[in-house]
Design a protein around this ligand. Structure first.
Ligand SMILES: Nc1ncnc2c1ncn2[C@@H]1O[C@H](COP(=O)(O)OP(=O)(O)O)[C@@H](O)[C@H]1O
Ligand SMILES: [Mg+2]
Length: 248
């Protein structure tokens, strides 16, 4: 569903935000993209979604090459960015109609999906309000609704749990699981390890623009032969690389 080959992105003369990464996300899985703040997650996601172009490397989404067929590629996924501050003057329902138009969702289907998603996320009462009156969490939920309106085969979400209350976060995780159970695919980033440990089929750990590990949580535990939480493993992973770096 998502294929990255030797993808790099540099900002300015020094910072290599993403450094020659390979990544492969398969159909039907929930894939967690883990890493501390500043690791390169958002930069990678912006390249996967065609917001930034890579300096080097190739990206394919749902079989479409992002460089050669960007429109087909973009039509084939739903994207929830990390910053939900969009179109403050629009009413939420206007934003959803706009998203429905962009993704060519037929009118009757649109109505049904909006009612269903709003009910699920608890936004149904507020849809006629302006986005500027929304809290951060409500904006986040509205972005999720907009991204999922066309029922895409692939969801791409950047730190989707951030700013959500526990109940909404639970609902979103449930929706992600149902999506995967229908044979569809979820790719999301997080710096919160518990979330990944609970719901991901596979994970990749990124730090300083490099992928340190890719595989299942079980494989990760096995590889690092550590009891205890993913958190301590994660910190170990990052530390090992830092220590190795000192000897280079
Ligand atoms: N537009 C930009 N200009 C310069 N540096 C950037 C820009 N965007 C990100 N960076 C830098 O790239 C690195 C990776 O950032 P980012 O991808 O946002 O990490 P994450 O999402 O994992 O927190 C950081 O060092 C960040 O400061
Ligand atoms: Mg980020």
């Amino acid at each position: 569903m998502i294929q990255l080959r030797k993808v790099s992105k540099q900002f300015g003369a020094r910072v290599k935000a993403v450094d020659a990464i390979d990544l492969s996300v398969r159909r039907g899985e929930i894939f967690g993209f883990l890493g501390p703040n500043g690791a390169g997650k958002t930069t990678t996601i912006k390249m996967i979604t065609g917001i930034l172009s890579p300096d080097e490397g190739d990206i394919a989404v749902n079989g479409y090459d992002m460089r050669a067929e960007p429109l087909q590629a973009k039509r084939s996924f739903g994207f929830v960015p990390d910053d939900p501050n969009v179109f403050p003057r629009l009413k939420a329902i206007e934003y959803l109609r706009f998203m429905g138009d962009i993704y060519a969702v037929p009118a009757n289907e649109r109505k049904e999906r909006i009612a269903q998603l709003a009910g699920r996320l608890g936004l149904d009462e507020a849809l006629t309000e302006r986005i500027q009156s929304y809290s951060h969490g409500m904006r986040q939920k509205l972005m999720i609704m907009g991204a999922l309106l066309h029922d895409p085969d692939l969801w791409i979400l950047d730190e989707p749990m951030t700013g959500l209350d526990p109940r909404s976060s639970f609902v979103l995780k449930e929706m992600m699981r149902q999506q995967a159970d229908r044979g569809k695919t979820v790719f999301f980033s997080t710096h919160v390890l518990d979330v990944a440990e609970k719901i991901c089929d596979r994970v990749a750990v990124i730090d300083r623009g490099r992928i340190l590990f890719c595989g299942s949580i079980t494989e990760m535990k096995h590889q690092f032969r550590k009891e205890g939480s993913l958190e301590s493993m994660f910190l170990d992973l990052v530390e090992q690389v830092e220590t190795a770096g000192e000897h280079v």
